[in-house]
Ligand binder design. Structure first.
Ligand SMILES: C[S@@+](CC[C@H](N)C(=O)[O-])C[C@H]1O[C@@H](n2cnc3c(N)ncnc32)[C@H](O)[C@@H]1O
Length: 276
């Protein structure tokens, strides 16, 4: 697909693993004694980070026997969090090769490589057998995917009947003109936002039942405001953070995202669904 390369180029860092390693070592962390929590500042690439992941998982029925699918897993932070907490297996898929290669090393650093497998590929055409997962989730991914119905049909194909699926994406709330760049797009050429009702309809058409749609605007604004205050008080960001991923463009991307949320144009939204 024409978009695939532009999207993975947008996310590509080039020297990501050495950058993460340097940022961990700087404040004195030892690579031999890391926990998933140590990596959370950089490997949870969505508004609210680990806090948002925990909030979504509190609404899903995960058990140790479940093999879960992480759609657009990025570096695999949520996958490691879940595998560590529930002692289950997670398979992630992501378009950006560097995220997968880096994420695999991060799994080894925290000894979760036997529970978490990360694959490079497109979420709209996955290399997984029909009905192979007991549940799944997607965190801040649909903003780059135009065909939401096709995406959810493909996810539905690989989930077992009755499997749960949680979405936490930035969605369109109002058609106002967005300020760019934002963390998922430098301009509108790879930005594919949809509104919560379009997501809900796409899920239903693909064979899901939707039990909740939770608007997370207030959470997002509080989280981002708190983060900004902490950084001002500390005189800058901590060694490891999403700026390790987004580099010099971080303040402008996060600032524009914040302004777009304040303007009411976009907001993160959770959707809880189940394959019928
Ligand atoms: C903002 S990051 C979120 C990563 C991860 N879910 C997280 O929360 O840390 C968006 C991710 O979606 C991935 N992505 C975008 N379009 C995709 C597609 N069609 N298939 C698979 N991954 C995709 C990107 O490569 C990127 O890693």
């Amino acid at each position: 697909m024409a978009d695939d390369k532009s999207i993975s180029d947008h996310y590509r860092h080039g020297e990501l693993l050495p950058a993460i390693k340097a940022a961990l070592v700087k404040p004195g962390k030892s690579i031999d004694r890391l926990t998933p929590a140590d990596l959370a500042p950089v490997d949870e690439f969505h508004i609210g980070g680990r806090l948002a992941t925990e909030n979504l998982f509190a609404q899903l029925d995960v058990s140790a026997d479940d093999h879960l699918l992480d759609v657009g897993c990025g570096l695999g932070g949520a996958a490691r969090f879940v595998a560590d907490r529930y002692r289950n297996r997670v398979s992630g898929i992501d378009l950006t090769p560097e995220y997968i290669v880096t994420g695999q090393t991060l799994c080894e650093w925290v000894q979760l490589q036997n529970q978490v497998a990360l694959h490079q590929g497109n979420a709209t055409s996955m290399p997984f057998q029909d009905e192979s997962f007991d549940g799944g989730y997607m965190l801040h991914v649909g903003m780059n995917i135009e065909d939401k119905k096709g995406l959810f049909q493909e996810i539905n194909r690989v989930l077992r009947g009755g499997a749960y699926f949680g979405v936490y994406d930035v969605m369109r709330i109002d058609p106002g003109e967005l300020a760019y760049p934002v963390p998922w797009a430098t301009d509108n050429s790879i930005c594919r936002l949809a509104d919560p009702e379009q997501y809900r309809q796409a899920l239903i058409t693909a064979g899901f039942e939707v039990s909740a749609v939770n608007h997370r605007r207030d959470f997002a604004l509080e989280f981002l405001t708190r983060l900004g205050s902490k950084m001002s008080a500390a005189g800058g960001p901590p060694a490891l953070g999403l700026h390790t991923l987004m580099q010099a463009s971080t303040p402008v991307k996060v600032g524009n995202m914040f302004d777009n949320i304040v303007a009411g144009y976009i907001a993160p939204v959770e959707i809880i669904a189940r394959k019928m």
